[in-house]
Design a binder for this molecule. Structure first.
Ligand SMILES: CC(C)(COP(=O)(O)OP(=O)(O)OC[C@H]1O[C@@H](n2cnc3c(N)ncnc32)[C@H](O)[C@@H]1OP(=O)(O)O)[C@@H](O)C(=O)NCCC(=O)NCCS
Length: 154
């Protein structure tokens, strides 16, 4: 299976006063919450499993490039970036509805692990390693982070 053929999940949120920081713009913690939520739904759609079988293990590489204002509709889209044996990493990008930019306002990676009980268990999803384009860039970005994380743990 090609990674590009896995489902992409889009979620929209209206930015309300309860979502704002002391600058009056979208609070980073709320953005992180929405990013993880979108990632979770994307991972679940890819694995076709029950929610109790997925746990978030890592939120990484999150960049805030532009602030988002109150009243904006924020659109997030998740797609699978990397598939491991029991883990799966989702790339999520976000921006206000109707505004097109070269780079997303915010993006990041969220890694989920397939579990049974509290134990990591292979999820059984197998994809071909991407050979070109954005899919390859995302795959290599996650691979590099995995290597870095493994080295740091030694
Ligand atoms: C996620 C968890 C189940 C992993 O358990 P573990 O015994 O450390 O798992 P393993 O070392 O066997 O790793 C299993 C897989 O998860 C990946 N993984 C584990 N911890 C990870 C982390 N912090 N970041 C990224 N990937 C991670 C491993 O790379 C491995 O991937 P692969 O099978 O695709 O190669 C465990 O760390 C856990 O329960 N963490 C708490 C999760 C949680 O409470 N989330 C909510 C946060 S509020």
């Amino acid at each position: 299976m090609r990674i590009e053929s896995l489902p992409r999940i889009t979620a929209s949120h209206l930015v309300k006063s309860i979502d704002l920081n002391h600058h009056g713009t979208l609070f980073a913690g709320r953005m992180a919450e929405w990013l993880v939520e979108t990632g979770f739904m994307t991972a679940r759609a890819a694995l076709g499993c029950q929610p109790e079988n997925i746990v978030c293990a890592r939120l990484h590489g999150m960049d805030f490039r532009k602030s988002v204002g109150s009243g904006d509709t924020l659109v997030l889209e998740g797609r699978v970036a990397y598939v491991g044996s029991s883990s799966l990493t989702v790339y999520v990008e976000a921006g206000p509805f109707g505004v097109s930019t070269v780079l997303p306002y915010t993006d990041g990676l969220v890694t989920f692990v397939h579990i049974v009980g509290t134990r990591a268990v292979p999820h059984g999803l197998v994809v071909e390693t991407p050979i070109e384009g954005e899919a390859l860039e995302l795959w290599n970005r996650v691979l590099a982070e995995r290597h870095f994380q493994q080295r740091a743990a030694q």
